[in-house]
Design a protein around this ligand. Structure first.
Ligand SMILES: Cc1cc2nc3c(=O)[nH]c(=O)nc-3n(C[C@H](O)[C@H](O)[C@H](O)COP(=O)(O)OP(=O)(O)OC[C@H]3O[C@@H](n4cnc5c(N)ncnc54)[C@H](O)[C@@H]3O)c2cc1C
Length: 406
């Protein structure tokens, strides 16, 4: 009997196991992951940014856990010798029409307690000589890292502390029995196994809603997958970007807009956009899964969202299929970029929780139903905040207590 079995070996599942073992070193903890290695999906396909917490509603879990998570992530990387850099970023108003949005964001950053600065064109040019903009926010505490490496370090710590990580085991059933839950799995060659746990934590990312339904629970939200496609700057043009350059985001959407990201390995990524993915773990335009697509299209919340934002959706699709349109979009911030400077890079897929009435769930969301805790929504900046999310879950649920929703 395990004290806790965590479903999903992405950064949130691993951080939860890590925090749990640190709190309760004598408890038996296991992580069950369907892929042959950890961090394979959202965590291994993201922008690698250690966010500051500037964007999020003051008082929300995202704001709190991202801000503290930023510090914790940097300290974790230092302690474990993981390559990272606190290089700072700029959020740029490309023209006067974006100035008001930039000022609102600046105020939000101050409300979130961040030490940021509003800068003018001259200082922007000093920080990022190739960017065109009328004003910007300089966010010095933003950093970069490879989150796959963070996952490997978390997994090593978990194993050293006596925790178990079972790879290549897809969870196909959750059955509450007696004083625990039976977690049923199937391996890649069809072999089955059962893990008995007092408590299960569902950190299944793109499949978290389906895993909840395995246990007969409807969390009230559906995961809709949004693919984010990237281009990479050619090596000779990398000098155009010193650090991280972001646009002023559209406040209606949880996505931050196409940005320039210097990665920790020296590459410079441009992206991601946001288009409906036809498969939950579908990383190309041609990846289609009938069940995944059907579940998105027939969900009333998705249809409402699509009706409301069809113009933005169509514009994203055009930028996805036309490199020229994509380049025109990024030229607003960096006029020197041409189509020849960009080559396609691997995409990522975001798990975005959507309610039946078409609201994109904004904050992190965790609910407990019986003996299973479900992480229903852990979108960006959950990689940044992961160590704090893990601690939050471990502290709230270590001792089976009353049902708790946030
Ligand atoms: C394009 C993109 C860019 C992003 N950029 C950033 C960024 O720069 N900074 C930041 O902080 N955040 C960023 N994010 C968000 C961040 O990557 C995610 O919020 C975070 O990785 C979520 O972690 P997770 O563990 O919940 O999900 P995942 O990493 O997806 O892990 C879930 C795991 O569950 C496993 N699983 C699913 N079903 C089963 C099953 N039935 N049985 C067993 N295992 C199962 C999966 O295989 C997977 O490994 C970005 C995300 C994307 C997609």
């Amino acid at each position: 009997m395990y004290d806790v079995v965590i479903v999903g070996g992405g950064i949130v599942g691993l951080a939860t196991a890590h925090a749990w073992i640190q709190r309760e070193p004598r408890q038996r903890v296991a992580v069950v992951e369907k892929e042959p290695r950890v961090g394979e999906h959202q965590t291994g396909h993201n922008s690698g940014v250690i966010h500051s917490g500037i964007y999020y509603k003051p008082g929300s879990l995202k704001a709190r856990l991202a801000r503290e998570g930023n510090r914790r992530m940097v300290a974790f990387c230092r302690k474990h010798g993981i390559a990272h850099e606190v290089c700072g970023k700029v959020i740029v108003a490309a023209d006067e029409s974006e100035r008001a949005g930039l000022l609102r964001l600046y105020q939000r950053g101050l409300d979130n307690g961040l030490q940021i600065r509003l800068i003018g064109q001259d200082e922007l040019r000093e920080l990022e000589p190739h960017v065109r903009g009328v004003a910007a926010i300089h966010v010095p505490m933003t950093g970069i890292v490879n989150y796959r490496q963070v996952c490997e370090a978390l997994a090593d710590d978990i194993r050293q502390a006596g925790g178990e990580i079972w790879l290549g085991q897809e969870v196909v059933g959750l059955v509450e029995r007696g004083d625990g839950v039976v977690v049923q799995t199937r391996g890649d060659r069809g072999q089955t196994a059962e893990y008995h746990a007092r408590l299960v934590v569902n950190c299944g990312g793109l499949f978290s809603d389906r895993i909840a339904r395995l246990g007969g629970v409807d969390t009230g939200v559906r995961i809709v997958p949004f693919r984010g496609e990237y281009y990479e700057l050619s090596e000779e043009r990398r000098h155009l970007v010193r650090n991280l350059i972001y646009p002023v985001p559209d406040p209606n959407f949880p996505f931050l807009g196409v940005h320039f990201t210097r990665m920790i390995d020296g590459r410079v990524d441009v992206g991601p956009n946001a288009v409906l993915a036809f498969r939950r773990e579908g990383y190309t335009k041609w990846d289609v899964n009938v069940r995944d697509l059907g579940e998105s299209l027939t969900f009333p919340g998705f249809r409402r969202l699509a009706r409301k934002y069809w113009r933005q959706g169509v514009a994203e699709m055009i930028r996805s299929y036309s490199k020229r349109a994509f380049v025109r979009n990024v030229q607003r911030l960096m006029p020197e970029i041409t189509e020849d400077d960009l080559r396609p890079a691997p995409a990522g897929v975001r798990a975005q929780a959507l309610t039946r009435d078409g609201q994109l769930v904004d904050d992190f969301a965790v609910i407990r139903q019986g003996r299973v805790v479900h992480v229903c929504n852990a979108p960006s900046p959950a990689a940044t905040a992961s160590l704090c999310i893990g601690e939050y879950i471990a502290s709230e649920y270590v001792a089976p207590a009353v049902s708790h929703a946030i």
